[in-house]
Design a protein around this ligand. Structure first.
Ligand SMILES: [Zn+2]
Length: 64
C-alpha cells in the first residue's frame, strides 16, 4: 500500500504535536479530508463534496 509523499510528510510532522489536535479542532482548525464517495452533482451543475475532519469526525459540505 502506497501513500502520497505529502501525506507521509504531514504525518511525520504531526507526531510531534498530536496532543494539540483537539485544541486545534476547538479553535476551528479542523483537518478536513475529502470524502470522495459522498461527492455528487446537484441539479444546478455545481459540485458538492463532503469533507470530514479526521481528528474529531465533524463533517461539512463544500460547494464548488
Ligand atoms: Zn476537527
Amino acid at each position: 500500500m502506497t501513500q502520497p509523499t505529502d501525506l507521509t510528510a504531514f504525518k511525520r510532522k504531526r507526531n510531534r504535536d498530536r496532543a494539540s489536535g483537539k485544541t486545534l479542532c476547538k479553535s476551528g482548525f479542523h483537518r478536513w479530508q475529502d470524502e470522495a464517495r459522498k461527492q455528487f452533482d446537484v441539479s444546478q451543475g455545481k459540485l458538492v463534496s463532503v469533507q470530514r475532519c479526521e481528528r474529531c469526525g465533524q463533517t461539512k459540505t463544500v460547494v464548488s
